[in-house]
Write a protein that binds this ligand. Structure first.
Ligand SMILES: [Zn+2]
Length: 56
């Protein structure tokens, strides 16, 4: 199930699971401002790439 992160103008964030009752503009449970969905940040990790440039 996809989880979306919403953010309000005050900076509060909230993770919500996308469901049938999809509210496009949910309200913050802290300041009651309308929250907007923020795009998922893609985490790029370059672990164990074996970047060996020192070939002598
Ligand atoms: Zn808020």
């Amino acid at each position: 199930m996809p989880v979306y992160t919403y953010k309000c103008p005050e900076g509060h964030t909230r993770d919500m699971i996308h469901s049938i009752h999809d509210d496009p503009n949910p309200k913050c449970n802290k300041c009651e401002n309308t929250m907007k969905r923020i795009p998922k940040t893609v985490t790029v990790t370059f672990k164990g790439s074996g970047f060996a440039a020192n070939d002598k």
